[in-house]
Design a protein. Structure first.
Length: 201
């Protein structure tokens, strides 16, 4: 039986799937959001949500197929929405970096525990997001803070360029708003979740 789409928000979607790893399949196109275009619009929307505290923003659809890895851990293969979801995780990484710069260990810990990592998972499932292969290494090193080893080639990737761009935008926002307020905007970024089963076409 085909499951029905559900409208929800990004914060709940990620937190409700604790123990899951969001996987971008190898057949999906490489991550290619441009900091000056799509990512700039995403950050403009985040800024608008900070100004308009009762507003929400619809980001788009996320279609996924669930696979069980064990009794506890699952994979959610992202069929559609991989560009949006990858950008959201880069946003979380940039927010964590800003929190550490401000010695805000509480916010950094919340981002780690609820968004970036699967606690007690095997190493291959520890990261909540497993990007497409071409972006995997750069993203993983950003998560673990291994930025000193980045080559110029790494810094030219869309993952790194968007990370640096979002860091700059968040630092500006943090002059006015708390990091928790910035994080809380994800609860007003709406998505349409569309789970597929193995028999769906």
């Amino acid at each position: 039986m085909q499951k029905q789409p559900v409208r929800g928000n990004l914060s709940d979607f990620i937190k409700a799937n604790m123990g899951s790893q969001f996987v971008i399949p190898v057949y999906q196109r490489n991550y290619a959001w441009n900091p000056e275009k799509e990512t700039a619009r995403f950050m403009d929307d985040i800024q608008d949500l900070l100004v308009q505290t009762n507003a929400s923003h619809f980001l788009g659809i996320i279609i996924y197929m669930e696979t069980s890895l064990s009794g506890v851990f699952r994979q959610l293969q992202i069929v559609d929405g991989q560009q949006r979801l990858t950008t959201v995780f880069i946003f979380l990484l940039a927010l964590k970096k800003t929190a550490l710069e401000k010695n805000d260990e509480e916010t950094a810990g919340i981002i780690d525990d609820y968004y970036l990592f699967n606690k007690h998972a095997p190493q291959n499932a520890a990261l909540r997001l497993k990007p497409a292969v071409s972006s995997d290494d750069v993203y993983a090193r950003l998560v673990y803070g291994n930025v000193d080893s980045f080559s110029q080639h790494d810094k030219d990737t869309y993952v790194y360029r968007n990370y640096e761009y979002i860091c700059r935008r968040i630092r500006k926002l943090a002059e006015i708003y708390s990091l928790q307020q910035i994080l809380d905007t994800l609860s007003r970024v709406d998505i349409l979740e569309f789970p597929l089963s193995a028999g769906d076409n």
